[in-house]
Design a protein around this ligand. Structure first.
Ligand code: SF4
Ligand code: SF4
Length: 435
């Protein structure tokens, strides 16, 4: 086992390979607060990449309703349970030391528990493989991608004769809640799929960190399916090989000259089809140690490292995932903390009471197909103010300004300009009844 540095855990960890970092890393942010669960993203992906024989149950992009939904079913509960029992048997705890913070190397503090790479050294599951703690889902677990959609835990408050809660929901936390979790492959810095493959058929591209399965080399042993804690490699029974999200790499390379005549990188299908405008995709610069290079003009760097409103999904697994989430404001904090780590409270407060810059960057989400390499903001007039309540009950007056966010593509050319106040268009009386 080599020692590598995982900044999301704020410490070194064991990984079966030496660290090797790409120059740029494919990454994205999902705003769970905005998702409407329309599945347009899933259909955009499916109709592009997984419409063939053998791919019927393949959803490289899926939307699941938390807390009960999952594809494959209960994937996160199952791996958390395995990880938890490894901690119990080794008399360890999955805790975070939030006093040990460092802006660049440990922004969330230090994770003192074990990752899936570390836990397996003492806790090899029955019939499991030895490099990563994991499990292989059974076929029926892949069969209902939308199971438990829109299902919410029962509100424990008093109910009326119709079964409705007598009291309405209140912020900051709803007793009854659900939210949509958007899931694609995380193109992890330390991919468990890659670590587990006995054929060395999986690789991480040096130019953009995209993780791919070489279809020629894969023999369908499904070790990646078993090892990936997010369960994102999927088995094709027809070709007898595993497949996974490819980050729409022809679009990332700017090779599609119909949508990108100038050859600039464009967002993936799932990102650019998003109706709720919840997604922002980008490429971030890494230094030689795999840490994000300071780049305040990159919208992802600004939101993740400076504004601190987006967090990794289950960082405790240890793969350093590159998809980030703005957590839902209304869900119970403990539930969110086991999912997104100890940064949850701060992240929700920073979203509830955002800076002018955060509000402006949020307007860039899904505003343009070309990948935004750089952004800037221009100040506008104040448009309104309103009181907001933070997690601890503190009330603050939020002032909102009609600032402008401007995005630039790879060539440094302006590709998008949006204001905080979205324009409203009034239809003239002549066209009131027409489409
Ligand atoms: S999410 Fe899973 S499949 Fe994707 S890179 Fe990470 S470990 Fe591999
Ligand atoms: S297209 Fe966007 S809004 Fe619709 S389900 Fe997907 S992520 Fe959510």
């Amino acid at each position: 086992m080599a020692k590598v540095y995982n900044w999301q855990l704020g410490r070194e960890m064991d990984y079966p390979y030496e660290a090797k970092y790409p120059a740029l890393q494919f990454a994205a942010i999902f705003n769970t607060n905005r998702c409407i669960g329309c599945h347009t993203c899933s259909m955009a992906c499916k109709s592009t990449w997984t419409f063939s024989d053998g791919q019927e149950y393949m959803w490289w992009n899926n939307i699941e309703t938390k807390p009960y939904g999952g594809y494959p079913q209960f994937w996160d509960m199952k791996i958390l349970k395995l990880l938890d029992s490894a901690h119990v048997s080794q008399e360890k705890e999955m805790t975070w030391n939030t006093d040990k913070k460092d802006v660049k190397k440990a922004p969330y503090g230090q994770y003192d528990g074990m990752t899936i790479f570390e836990a397996v050294q003492h806790e090899k599951p029955e019939e499991g493989q030895s490099r990563v703690l994991g499990y292989l889902p059974q076929d029926h677990e892949w069969s209902k991608p939308n199971i438990h959609e829109d299902a919410s835990p029962i509100n424990t408050k008093e109910h009326d004769a119709m079964g409705f809660a007598k009291e309405g929901v209140k912020l900051p936390v709803h007793d009854s809640f659900f939210f949509y979790l958007q899931r694609i492959c995380n193109h992890c810095q330390y991919p468990a799929c890659l670590a587990a493959c006995p054929r060395k058929a999986i690789y991480k591209r040096p130019e953009d960190g995209v993780v791919l399965i070489d279809q020629e080399r894969c023999r369908g042993y499904r070790k990646c399916n078993e090892a990936c804690p997010y369960k994102k490699p999927m088995y094709n029974g027809k070709t007898k090989a595993s497949e996974k999200c490819i980050a729409c790499y022809p679009r990332l390379e700017g090779k599609d000259n119909i949508i990108s005549p100038e050859g600039v990188p464009v967002e993936t299908r799932c990102m650019s089809a998003c109706v709720g405008k919840i997604r922002l995709q980008g490429l971030v610069k890494l230094d030689s140690n795999g840490l994000w290079e300071k780049d305040s003009s990159n919208p992802l760097y600004a939101l993740i490292h400076e504004e601190k409103i987006a967090l990794p999904l289950y960082p405790q697994f240890g793969t350093e995932p590159n998809m980030y989430y703005i957590p839902p404001r209304w869900a119970p904090r403990n539930y969110l903390m086991q999912m997104f780590g100890p940064g949850v409270q701060q992240s929700i407060d920073n979203y509830t009471y955002p800076t002018r810059r955060t509000l402006a960057i949020l307007q860039l989400f899904r505003a343009q197909r070309e990948i935004i390499y750089k952004f800037e903001t221009k100040e506008g007039p104040k448009i309104y103010e309103r009181e907001v309540t933070l997690s601890d009950g503190t009330k603050k007056m939020l002032e909102v300004f009609d600032d402008t966010a401007i995005g630039y593509n790879k060539n440094g050319k302006e590709c998008v300009r949006v204001t905080v106040q979205e324009p409203a268009f009034e239809r003239s009386a002549k066209f009131l009844n027409s489409i």
